[in-house]
Design a protein around this ligand. Sequence first.
Ligand SMILES: C[S@@+](CC[C@H](N)C(=O)[O-])C[C@H]1O[C@@H](n2cnc3c(N)ncnc32)[C@H](O)[C@@H]1O
Length: 364
Amino acid sequence: MNALGRRIAAAIRQAGPISVATYMAAALGDPEHGYYTRRQPIGLSGDFITAPEVSQIFGELLGLWCAATWELMGRPPRAVLVELGPGRGTLMADALRAMAAVPAMCAAVEIHLVETSPTLRAVQAETLRGIPVRWCERLAEVPDAPLLLLANELFDALAVRQFQRGLTGWHERLIALTADGAGFRFVLSPLAVPESGMGAPVSVAGAPLQSIVEVCPGGLALAQEIGERVARAGGAALIVDYGTATTRLHETLQAVRRHGSHPVLAAPGEADLAAHVDFGALAAAARRAGAITLGPIEQGVFFGALGIAERLTALERGATPAQRAALRSGAARLTDPGQMGSLFKVLAIAHPALTDLPGLPRPC
Ligand SMILES: C[S@@+](CC[C@H](N)C(=O)[O-])C[C@H]1O[C@@H](n2cnc3c(N)ncnc32)[C@H](O)[C@@H]1O
């Protein structure tokens, strides 16, 4: 067992099995040994690759989306441009390069990066060298002003609780020690949990035996906070991630290391842990807070509507054959349904006046 595993094991010996959310939060965010605390895991030499690292067009089109949305907001003279979980800072760098086409907007926005990892903050500072950005730990620390917010693959990293349907009702899936104390295993809470205590986004009363439902309390709270902000101060947020439009009754928690699957309970802090995002639940939480929501729609459809083909053609002009091939394969990876185009979705949370946002269907 590694150092973080020994610490988690000691906590289980002292107080009993822990929730999946407690395990996931420690594995990703432990201040000493957490996965994101110590690593820069994104890229070919890391554990996984994300859309901004696949193609510069991803960040560029999101930057233009922000500029167009700022216009629709009535060109506020002061606004905050926020990114949640900025990784290597690539998305923000590409977005700002595209936004330079709208100097009045660049002059109006203060840039805030919400990032918990000191290691990734240092990488972001390097990527965004010379650009005035501020870092904070939580969205609540960002000044209350008209908001433009981007979050790519942040919500999948927020801890989920899991509940499993048994004969006597729903039981929380917990993590206990194996019989020899050398590893971890899943167990079920002995007592059933009332459905009202699960925080499930939809009624799961009719679910078949053995169904598993995942609930992401941190994600729902964040969607609610974003909803309250845009309803109060104006603006819009764009959440991009992999997941489903409605709540599904199966487990999606997975661990990834070196671009491959890894056992979820092995070597905590040494592999990425993530769960699919329930976009319907996020949207409902934001609407309850007074915002409107647009989408979710598939990433491929969204970028098609934003003009990825035209941007690709423009970039291909003057590119070498090798660069052209790389540009095309990057754009295809973002949009092909068999790659990232379908599993990844885009949801906007917006002030009720912003019913027509670029690339998104009007709210119904
Ligand atoms: C999967 S990476 C995505 C990075 C980037 N958005 C991209 O697309 O390349 C998740 C990012 O969220 C950050 N992160 C994880 N949990 C966080 C939290 N609770 N608050 C803010 N940032 C968090 C990580 O440090 C990392 O920067």
